[in-house]
Design a protein. Structure first.
Length: 448
């Protein structure tokens, strides 16, 4: 792919701002709207994005917080397609863009998950991405027996889970199915490997009942930035979504995680680190800021406080709206990295609770890049050339307007600067990202 940045964006049409779905330009109906998601996917592919992102969860969240629940915060997804099913559908309307589906190692089973993602890779012609999560939301446990495992147990299970999936994806040599009509030989029994895994969490015999997929393994994304999450990413991830408020924080994340990879026999270039950023680009800075003002006006203080409380896992309602946040330095059983990031930002800048939620309505827990295409491109180029990342996960405040502006205004500016590709060139997503196709350790290619 050469040294060009990677761009990823989401296809959940509610938008990145809490009130994004209410904007006059937003899709009029987004609940289970496959056509809207296909439209977003096509727009992203027109902009040469390398991948489409879809987060997921296994419970309807925030039901005890009426204002937030009824406003449908982007992360709560009370109505959302199962990700691999959705991406299989989108694959039939796109040709190049990567298809990113989230699935949890805490509640899934390796054989079923390996089968789903290998199927998606075949169906899409080598564009499948698995976002490996351990599930950080304790509330999801209500649909799986009620017990939420401790973080150490979740990560131990995740490590074994990924290793089992890789073993299953190595079940068949690429040439295991000759399908020779003349001889009557459908498959070569010498070109199959039985995993026969017996571990602490799983017993899986194998082999997987799918032929080896175009990418060998789907591209493996991860997002955890705890100590356990960083170690898992250094061992197994192809790409990592990171959280950083500043360029300097992002440089430190890159240095730390890529510095761990040698322990696992991996080179730094084998892991792409992609921070999330909120982008609001327009013909003028005033026009971009006006969009935020329009959206923020649609959010009441009660809703804003509930939104922030949910994000930091702390009830902020008892505290003065125009006073500082309480001390949020203590770890909680959930997304600690997000909580810490928000608290550090608010403390560093002296923000009140009101100012913090207003900032995050526009930026969530990621840096806001707002302005003209040239202004936003300056920020992205600075991060990229400074070694703070290999690309970006771009979120926009409202859809489809925000993504259309990125594609029509920002992408051409990045291409003009030579830091984003002009067109797709890889036969598979791995090739597009500059990642090697994993070799199958059980077989050597047969000679003819």
């Amino acid at each position: 792919m050469d040294n060009r940045m990677i761009l990823v964006t989401g296809v959940y049409p509610v938008g990145g701002h809490l009130a994004g779905w209410r904007h006059p330009t937003a899709y009029p109906d987004i609940v289970m709207n496959l056509d809207a998601m296909i439209d977003l996917a096509r727009t992203a592919e027109r902009g040469k994005f390398q991948a489409l992102f879809l987060a997921d969860g296994n419970a309807v969240r925030q039901m005890d917080k009426t204002a937030l629940f009824e406003a449908s915060a982007p992360s709560d997804r009370p109505a959302s397609f199962e990700p691999t099913t959705l991406m299989a559908a989108i694959s039939q309307h796109t040709e190049h863009v990567g298809l990113f589906a989230t699935a949890t190692t805490t509640y899934e089973q390796p054989y079923l998950l390996a089968r789903k993602f290998s199927s998606l890779d075949h169906i899409s012609g080598g564009r499948a991405i698995w976002n490996v999560v351990t599930t950080s939301y304790p509330g999801d446990a209500v649909n799986f027996g009620g017990a939420f495992p401790e973080k150490t147990d979740r990560y131990k299970r995740a490590r074994e889970f990924v290793e089992v999936c890789k073993g299953l994806w190595d079940s068949w040599a690429p040439d295991a199915f000759p399908q020779d009509k003349t001889t009557g030989q459908f498959l070569d029994s010498g070109r199959v490997h039985t995993l026969d895994h017996h571990g602490e969490n799983f017993t899986v015999r194998g082999p997987l009942n799918l032929a080896r997929s175009p990418q060998g393994y789907p591209v493996l994304f991860m997002a955890g930035q705890s100590e356990s999450g960083r170690e898992l990413a250094a061992q197994h991830a192809d790409c990592l979504f990171s959280v950083a408020q500043t360029k300097e924080e992002s440089i430190e994340v890159v240095r730390d995680i890529k510095g761990r990879m040698a322990t696992y026999g991996r080179e730094p270039h084998e892991l792409k680190i992609i921070p999330g950023v909120r982008v609001n680009v327009a013909e003028s800075r005033d026009e971009a800021l006006a969009l935020y003002r329009e959206l923020n006006a649609l959010v009441s203080p009660a809703l804003g406080v509930q939104y922030l409380s949910s994000m930091v896992k702390e009830d902020l309602a008892p505290y003065p709206l125009d006073g500082p946040l309480p001390d949020l330095s203590a770890e909680v059983n959930g997304i600690t990295s997000r909580r810490q990031s928000v608290w550090e930002m608010a403390s560093r800048e002296g923000l009140t609770i009101r100012q913090t939620y207003q900032r995050l309505l526009a930026a969530d827990d990621t840096p806001p890049f707002t302005g003209t295409a040239a202004e936003v491109a300056d920020e992205l180029e600075d991060w990229f050339r400074s070694g703070a990342c290999d690309g970006f996960m771009l979120s926009v405040p409202t859809l489809p307007l925000g993504l259309e502006r990125v594609v029509d205004l920002l992408v051409p500016e990045l291409q003009r600067r030579g830091i984003f590709h002009d067109d797709y060139s890889g036969a598979t997503l791995r090739e597009e990202l500059g990642l090697r196709v994993p070799s199958n350790p059980h077989f050597t290619p047969q000679t003819v």
